[in-house]
Design a protein around this ligand. Structure first.
Ligand SMILES: *[C@@H]1O[C@H](CO)[C@@H](O)[C@H](O)[C@H]1NC(C)=O
Ligand SMILES: *[C@@H]1O[C@H](CO)[C@@H](O)[C@H](O)[C@H]1NC(C)=O
Ligand SMILES: *[C@@H]1O[C@H](CO)[C@@H](O)[C@H](O)[C@H]1NC(C)=O
Length: 230
């Protein structure tokens, strides 16, 4: 009995799988798979083979929040907590108690943030056959042809991300999303520090992504110089 039930199911799966795979391989103009609404990734970042960083990315669209926990090689552990109301907190949790609060005119990336990217074909990257899209002067994005998971992306600055893990549906517990108290103590002072050179530089690099090519695209955490942010 069991065998009779299993056989058609297996065949159906096989047909579906074969069908999906072949249509993915032959679709002349595929679109990037939207990001899952919630996931956790470990990402290795490098800029042309220098400035190595390990990033824990906690993407949480339904709760309007995005977290990058960034370990620079033999360096700082930096927390980059972004809220969709435009507030970002950059802080350390060491004895230096550094924190910078920033405000941006755009929220966090939407799951379909790659919508409108130009398909540029297939390429082997990091050992995976990928579909590749480009947003001119901003990003090149590589997605695994078969699993449709992101494999890598490279910013126009030369900074590239390599996706090491991709855990769909994994959410970081609420208490971890609380910026430390010294972020709020300094808030008033930071509001006044409008003449801060680095701060203006960061604001400009975000604003420039609001141009015709990028729509309201905002990758606050990455397009700016994170180490300069504190
Ligand atoms: C945005 O939301 C965060 C988290 O709730 C909060 O700490 C911050 O003050 C808010 N920013 C503004 C401008 O309301
Ligand atoms: C990284 O390499 C690219 C391509 O060679 C170059 O355009 C870019 O300026 C480099 N970036 C840095 C920060 O060296
Ligand atoms: C990052 O900083 C370097 C040197 O400080 C600068 O040349 C580069 O343009 C900055 N990148 C961005 C995206 O602002």
């Amino acid at each position: 009995m069991v065998v009779i039930r299993v056989k058609p199911a297996f065949l159906t799966l096989l047909i579906l799988f074969t069908h999906t795979t072949s249509s993915q391989l032959t679709n002349p103009n595929p679109t990037p798979t939207p990001w899952p609404e919630q996931f956790h990734s470990i990402i290795f970042m490098t800029t042309n083979g220098t400035k190595y960083q390990k990033v824990d990315l906690w993407y949480d669209w339904p709760n309007g929040r995005n977290f990058n926990i960034i370990q620079s090689q033999l360096g700082k552990l930096l927390y980059d907590l972004e809220w969709t109301n435009g507030t970002s907190f950059y802080y350390t949790l060491d004895s230096n108690k550094e924190c910078r609060v920033m405000h941006f005119p755009v929220g966090i990336l939407a799951p379909d943030w790659l919508h409108g990217a130009t398909y540029v074909g297939q390429k082997n990257l990091d050992g995976f056959l990928c579909n590749v899209w480009e947003k001119v002067e901003f990003i090149i994005y590589y997605e695994d042809v078969v699993s449709k998971r992101p494999v890598s992306w490279t910013f126009y600055t030369g900074m590239s991300a390599h996706i090491m893990t991709f855990e769909v549906g994994k959410v970081l517990d609420d208490p971890n999303w609380q910026a430390p108290v010294y972020c709020f103590k300094n808030a008033a002072e930071q509001e006044k520090a409008n003449d801060d050179k680095k701060r203006i530089g960061i604001a400009e690099s975000v604003a420039s992504m609001d141009g015709p090519y990028h729509g309201r695209l905002n990758m606050r955490s990455i397009a700016m110089n994170l180490t300069a942010a504190i």
